[in-house]
Design a protein. Sequence first.
Lengths: 379, 373
Amino acid sequence: MNYFDHAATTPMRPEVLEAMTPYFLAQYGNPSSIHGIGRTARAALDDSRRTLARFVGATPNEIVFTSGGTESDNYALFGAAEANAHKGKHLITTKVEHHAVLHAMEQLEREGFEVTYLDVDSTGAVSVEAVRAALREDTILVSIMYGNNEVGTIQPIADIGEVLIDHQALFHTDAVQALGTETIDVKALGIDLLSASAHKINGPKGIGFLFIKTGVKLATRSFGGQQERKRRAGTENVPGAVGFKTAAELIMVERSERIEQYHGLAEALLQRLDALEVEYEVNGSNRLPHIVNLYLPGIDLEPFLIMMDMRGVAISSGSACTAGSIEPSHVLTAMFGASERTKQSVRISFGQGNTRYDVEQLAERLAEVVSTFTNGVRK
Amino acid sequence: MNLRTKAPEETTVVVGMSGGVDSSVTAHLLKEQGYNVIGIFMKNWDDTDENGVCTATEDYEDVIAVANQIGIPYYAVNFEKEYWDRVFEYFLAEYRLGRTPNPDVMCNKEIKFKAFLDHALRLGADFVATGHYARVDFIDGEHRLLRGKDDNKDQTYFLNQLSQDQLARTMFPIGHMDKKDVRVIAEEAGLATAKKKDSTGICFIGERNFKEFLSEYLPSQPGEMQTLDGVVKGRHDGLMYYTLGQRHGLGIGGDGDPWFVVGKNVEENILYVGQGFHHDALYSDALLASKLSWTGAVPEIEFRATAKFRYRQQDVPVTVAQLENGEVLVKFDEPQRAITPGQAVVFYDGDTCLGGATIDEAYRFGKRLDYIG
C-alpha cells in the first residue's frame, strides 16, 4: 500500500462499513420519529453517543454530532465567543492551528473580537508559560490543538488545562488528528470543548462531534428541529454515527498495537533513509506517532510531490493551494520563520494498511526522487 | 534527435492546460492517440485576494473537470516568480521606454517553453504540448515551426522565439485543425470546456481595464498631444496608454479625417497625432530589430522572406539583412503602416516560421523615424 497520507483521510475499516450498512438499508428510520423504525434508529444513535463519550471520557449528553472537524471547530469558536461576549472579547490560540480554527478566528476578529496567536518553538510546541502570560481578565476562550496535523507535535494540553482551572476562559482543543493514537480524557485534562472527526480514524466522512462539557453554554449556530438537544438542528446522520462508534471501538481495542505499528514504521523509514544516504531532518518532536514530517534539503516541492505521485506514492506537503499557489506551510513558518525549510518539507502519515515492506518502498522512492534534485539529474 | 518516432504508449506528454477549449482538446487528442498524458495548469499570476486567501480559480476547476473526463492525472504548478521576473518586468520596462511590448511572445519563450518545459522534463516527460495553432514537423533533420492550418488563428507570430531545442520537445496537436473543428471535437467528446468562451487579451490582465491595470504599476504622466508640426491638439493621459496607429481614446474633435497616434516623444512626454488612417508619418519602408532568434539553421546573411509586424496581419515580402552586431535590417517591398517598437517582426519562408526579432526603429527613405519613440 503506497498511501502515506492518512493525516488527510483514511480508508474505512470493513468492520465500520459492515456496521453502517443496515442503517442505510433496513434501519433507515429518522431518530425523531415516533414509530418503531424511528426508535431503532434512535437507539443506534444513542448507543453510538455512549461509546463515543466513553472514548474521550465524557458523558453522553456532552457529545453533539456534527458533520466533521471543521463544523465542530466552528461551532466551538463562534458558539463560545457569542455566548461569552458579555464577559470579554479576548481569545487565545496558536499559530499552528488547523485552518478550521485559524480562519474562524480571523472571522471573529472581523466581528470585533481580539485574538492572540501564540508562537511555538522550533519543535512546534506552545509553552504553558506563554498561555499563562497571554491570559487576561477578558479572555473568554483558549483554543489549542491536541496534536498538529502537519508535523504531529503534541501540545501540553493537561498543563494548559491546569492553568485555566481558575480562569473564566473556556478551553477548546481540536483533537481531530490525535484521536487515533492518544488516550484522551476530557475530565482529567480540564477540557471544555473538544472537536473530533471520524474519517481520520478509519470511520466515514461527513460525521464528527463536539464535546461540550456539561454547564458550558454555546450560542446555537443552527436552527430547525430539536435534534441534539437543540444544539444542532437537522436529521441525524445515523449510519455515520454508527460508523464513528465502530471506528472508536476498534481504536479502544487496538490502540497500543497501532502506536507500536506506527513507531515501527517511522523507525524503519528513517533507518532506510539513512542507509540510502538521504539527507533529512524530522520536523517536530514529541509527535503523534503516525505523522513524520521530513525536511529534505534541496528539493523543489511542487515537482517533488508530482514525481512521487507519478511513482504511485501518495504523500503531501503542508498546505498547497488547489490552483497552484504554494503557500509555505503556516505551521513550518511558525516553527522556522521564512526559511527554505518551509518549502522543502513533506508529510508522511501512516495508517492501518501500511507495512514495513511499504515503508521500505517509500524510502527507496523518496531517495530516488530526492536524488534528481540533489544530484542535478535532468536539472 | 527526433523523439517523434517513439511509440505513443512509450511517450509521456505534459500538456499545458489553461482550462480553455484548445488545451482541453489537445489533451483529449493525445490521450486518444495512446500517449501517456499528464495535465498541468500553470499558475503564472497571483490573483490572491485582499484577505490573503489563495483562490482556486475557475480555470483550474475546468482543468480538473476535463482531466477527469479524459482520464489523465492533473497538477497545478506555480510559475508566478518566473513570470514576474522574466515576463512582467520586461513588460513594464518596455512601457517605461514608451514602447509597446508583446508579453505573449516573452511568455512562450521564457515560461511555457522554458520554465514549464524544464519542469516537464524533470518529471520525465518526452514532450510538452499546448493548444497553440501552429505545427512542428521534422523535415530534413530539422524541427520546423509551421503555421497553423487555420489561417485566421495561426499563432506562430507568438512562437517566433522558440529554438530547435525547444521545438524538439514540443507538440501542437491541434495545429492542423480549424478552430471550429476543435469545438466540434470538444462537443463530441462532451468536454466540460466545449462551450467556454475564448479568453481575450493579455493573460494577467484578463478582462480588466487595461489602463486601470497599467496605472497600478506605472505612474501615468499626462502631457500634450501635438501634431508633428508642433500644433497642440489636446492632452494625453500618459504615453504608455497609446500605441502607434491607434485611433480610439484621443478625444480630438473637429472637421476632417479622424486623428491617429503617429509617434511619441518620451523625453518631452509628447504624444504625436496626425489626421487620417493613412497619414504619411505612419508609413515606413524598413526597420531595425534586435533580440534575433531563429527556429532552425541560421539563414544567409541576406535573404528574401515574408514578414509580419503584428499578429493577424498578412505577411508581406521583405529583404532581411543580418548585421554584424546581431541585429537585423528588414527592408519592405512596399511601405508599411505603424511599425511599432517593442512588437515582434516575424519571418516566414512559405509555411515555415523562420524566427523573429524585436522591432527597435523604423526608417523611411533611409532616414530614422525619430518621432516613433
